[in-house]
Write a protein that binds this ligand. Structure first.
Ligand code: NG1
Ligand code: ZN
Length: 550
């Protein structure tokens, strides 16, 4: 009864705005910030209930990632640091859209009953809150706290301004009973990075490996944090631009990974003086990373190194370490076989998929959205997943990590300095450098740098791994995006009837072409993707398919 009145009273303070229906999409709830108070209050409730249900710490991150500064949003992290279980999304959506405090209370009580959740149990329940640098973040965070506190027995813990991956990492660590402060994050990253750099083969460090790297922080939280972490790194020359300094530049405005990847142009603050240098770009909450190089041919455009190529670099390195680990082992019982899986979406450039398959790797596809990729990657001993837009990471199974640890001890005792030992150490360092909870631009960047040094590669070498097929992405505004239903990892349209046949007919007009459409999970649009052997073909295929969608 007390619970009921607390909820009624606090919910009344945050009425839902008229005419706004929210869905918990690929990235949680997202909208124009002024419309989000009731949503953030309710997200607080959802997170609190999730914590009660799981008996663990969960996370609530306030960000709209690469979207304009006027937008904001919220997503909930589960105890293992991954996205909130999909089975809770319908409840989250219903709660966010409940029109009155009474409806809200009914929904909560009904759900709590179904899920067998008890209020104010003995287990301490806690929600870690974080936000990006958006000016609306602080007020929205306060509102979320109200929502959390409206559930008796749950406490909010404000982690302040953090990157999305930092918050997910903190949740994951906390539930493992490990130190989970920002400093712990920085220490873990810098130490594992140092370990990888120390094991770069002799000859390479002595060569003229160009240590210079320029990073575009998207005027967001990532650049700010990298500036701090940089102080702990040795032998790395990182220059951060668009680092979110007061009054200098707007978040995500003509900067950031999304802009660079989609427009294939240099972000603000980069110019002719940077020609030939290795550059990288984060998105607004630092969970996406792309690399690029200012084009020598056309100063306004860039040679892009997207998520697919980062994935390929990582896959190559991991494969090589696994090979090294098992090569020269005479006694089979000392071998450590590992399943290695590569996870992509339909947006992956076809040339990257061909390349990975040529390496003999197992490549699988899931629908767009981190939650799908992450889940699939977790099925392997080592699963590497990336979206073309630069979101991805490498997951190591607990079981494989403990075997690796055993091997390391064994080799350290029997064959110090051997290749298998080095491979063990490198793989262990990668597993602690790369974020196990979610894609992380900062840790991804350090791994790229370490692998490039290990290979002794320039950006040019990396770019030449394979040549991207020309592609085009368009979006079409439609009255109801849910009218489009897809299957087969979003590569085939089921509804409306006849649309897939039309896409097939258009695609057949071009050589080596591929095309698919899907409803966006974050915007009210249908996205169209086309790929072909030359740019004009990709453009015109995307164009004509867009007309069928309209
Ligand atoms: P939607 O709007 O569902 O396409 C976009 C990205 C996803 C993912 C989410 C979350 C593309 C084509 N889509 O989703 O990959 O990153 O945002 O931020 O880039
Ligand atoms: Zn993001």
């Amino acid at each position: 009864e007390e619970q009921r009145s607390v909820l009624l009273e606090s919910a009344a303070q945050f009425p839902v705005p008229h005419g706004v229906t929210l869905s918990y999409g690929t990235a949680g709830f997202r909208a124009e910030a002024s419309k989000l108070s009731s949503t953030l209050f309710r997200a607080g409730i959802i997170a609190a209930l999730r914590s009660l249900k799981t008996g663990c710490t969960v996370g609530l991150m306030i960000t709209a990632s690469h979207n304009p500064v006027g937008d904001n949003g919220v997503k909930i992290a589960d105890p293992d640091g991954s996205m909130m279980a999909q089975s809770w999304e319908p409840f989250a959506e219903a709660l966010a859209n409940a029109e009155t405090p009474e409806c809200l209370v009914e929904l909560v009580f009904q759900f709590v009953k179904e899920e067998g959740i008890t209020f104010g149990g003995e287990r301490p329940a806690e929600v870690l809150l974080g936000r990006d640098t958006r000016p609306t973040g602080e007020a929205l965070l306060e509102v979320s706290k109200q929502g959390i506190k409206a559930i008796i027995g749950v406490v909010p813990l404000d982690m302040g301004i953090v990157t999305t991956p930092q918050l997910h990492w903190m949740v994951w660590r906390k539930n493992k009973g490990l130190n989970a402060l920002e400093l712990d994050y920085f220490m873990q990253l810098s130490e594992s990075f140092r370990c990888l750099i120390e094991m770069v083969p002799e000859g390479i460090t002595k060569q003229n490996f160009d240590l210079r790297l320029i990073v575009d922080g998207a005027n967001g939280v990532g650049g700010m944090k990298l500036e701090q972490l940089k102080e702990l790194l040795t032998g790395q020359e990182i220059q951060v631009r668009n680092a979110c300094k007061q009054g200098l530049g707007v978040l995500n405005e003509r900067v950031g990974a999304d802009y660079v990847q989609k427009e294939k142009v240099a972000p603000c603050g980069f110019g002719p003086n940077d020609i030939g240098l290795r550059c990288a770009s984060f998105d607004g909450d630092a969970d996406r990373l792309v690399y690029f190089r200012i084009s020598r041919v056309n100063i306004n455009s860039v040679d892009l190194v997207d998520g697919d190529k980062i994935l390929s670099l990582f896959a190559l390195f991991i494969k090589e370490q696994l090979h090294m680990l098992n090569s020269g082992i005479k006694d089979l019982k000392n071998a450590l076989p590992a399943s290695l899986g590569i996870v992509q979406t339909a947006y992956a450039n076809g040339a990257s998929t061909d390349y990975l398959k040529q390496l003999g790797l197992e490549v699988v596809f899931t629908p767009t959205g981190v939650k799908y990729l992450h889940k699939k990657a977790a099925e392997y001993d080592i699963g590497i997943y990336f979206e073309a837009n630069g979101h991805g990471t490498i997951l190591f199974s607990e079981d494989f990590l403990s075997k690796l640890q055993e091997k390391k001890n064994y080799f350290a005792a029997s064959s110090a300095g051997s290749d298998p030992l080095k491979a063990c150490l490198r793989l262990l360092a990668v597993s602690s450098l790369i974020n196990q909870a979610v894609g992380d631009a900062i840790s991804g960047l350090l791994l790229v740098e370490a692998v490039l040094q290990y290979m002794g590669w320039t950006v040019q070498n990396w770019i030449e791994l394979y040549h991207d097929l020309p592609s085009r992405q368009l979006k079409v505004k439609v009255a109801d995006r849910t009218a489009v239903i897809t299957t087969d990892a979003e590569t085939q349209v089921l509804r409306p009837f006849g649309l897939q046949e039309a896409i097939d007919a258009e695609t057949a007009k071009y050589d080596r072409a591929r095309c698919f459409i899907r409803p966006s999970g974050t915007e009210d649009v249908i996205r169209v993707y086309a790929e072909a052997s030359y740019q004009e073909a990709a453009d015109s295929l995307a164009q004509s398919v867009s007309q069928h969608v309209d």
